[in-house]
Design a protein around this ligand. Structure first.
Ligand SMILES: C[S@@+](CC[C@H](N)C(=O)[O-])C[C@H]1O[C@@H](n2cnc3c(N)ncnc32)[C@H](O)[C@@H]1O
Length: 256
């Protein structure tokens, strides 16, 4: 048998359609590398967790839809939640479990958890990957108890988002090529209206990586790649920005 690995190496990594979930299997080794292909997800997880207050009840539950490898977990430490993660990608869930997440393999459009079970539902960088995002919103709101909190972040369905998040970002090491299908980006107004239909008054704010921190990170990473050293130093912070036209966060409480 001629060496299959050598044959695969000669043809390079497989090319998958945009937003094909098998990309997460191919990139499984990247999740927890702070300077890897999913680096920006670490920065966004920190910013999302900052929207979640410490729990006020014993046994409070946070359901993390599309949890990936559990990058939210370190930022929830000490806040008092049981962290349940739901995702379709098994290779990511294995890593989430290693980081203390109680994992459920499943689709965020049909979550096998009871109504009103969650004090917090998080949907970080998920909606723009799901063809039927209103179904994810319906599920998120169904899972929330009255008074429960929804937190999310996603990409807006605008020409600017397509330019910045696909054409530009995919040339930088902050976003893997082909990970997004811009046809799935989420119109901010439609999202607010959909949440309202399900009893959640979602408030939005635009976010972006802090520019100086991002440039310093890119330079450090390029230098490390040249020298073969490990890139160290502070990760860029995610900061609020006036416009929701590219990347935005949402936070809302379920009525009732
Ligand atoms: C960009 S990653 C975000 C992961 C995580 N929320 C984070 O911010 O680190 C998108 C994740 O959504 C998952 N995903 C995509 N479609 C899904 C669906 N319909 N149901 C559940 N998970 C889904 C993928 O497997 C992947 O782990």
């Amino acid at each position: 048998m001629r060496d299959v690995a050598a044959a695969a190496a000669s043809t390079g990594p497989r090319v998958l359609p945009r937003n094909d979930p098998r990309q997460y299997d191919d990139l499984a080794g990247e999740w927890w590398r702070p300077d890897g292909a999913f680096a920006m997800l670490h920065w966004l997880a920190a910013a999302r967790a900052a929207l979640v207050p410490p729990s006020t009840r014993p046994d409070a539950l946070l359901v993390d839809l599309g949890c990936g490898a559990g990058l939210l977990a370190p930022h929830l430490v000490g806040k008092g939640y049981r962290h349940v993660g739901v995702d379709v990608t098994r290779s990511a869930l294995v890593q989430a479990a290693e980081h203390g997440v109680c994992v459920v393999q499943g689709d965020a459009t049909a979550v096998p958890l009871p109504d009103g079970c969650a004090d917090v539902v998080s949907a970080g960088e998920l909606l723009e990957h799901v063809p039927a995002w209103p179904r994810v919103v319906a599920e998120a709101c169904r899972l929330l108890r009255p008074g429960g909190l929804l937190v999310l972040d996603t990409l807006n369905d605008t020409a600017l988002a397509r330019l910045v998040a696909v054409r530009i970002a995919e040339r930088l090491p902050t976003v893997p090529r082909g990970i997004h299908d811009p046809r799935l980006f989420v119109d901010a107004r439609a999202l607010v209206a959909e949440c309202a239909r399900h009893g959640v008054d979602l408030r939005l704010r635009g976010i972006r990586p802090q520019a100086g921190g991002l440039v310093a990170w890119l330079l450090r990473r390029a230098r490390a790649a040249r020298t073969g050293a490990t890139s160290t130093g502070r990760a860029p912070r995610i900061v609020p920005t006036r416009s929701t036209a590219v990347l935005y966060q949402g936070r809302g409480v379920r009525s009732g």
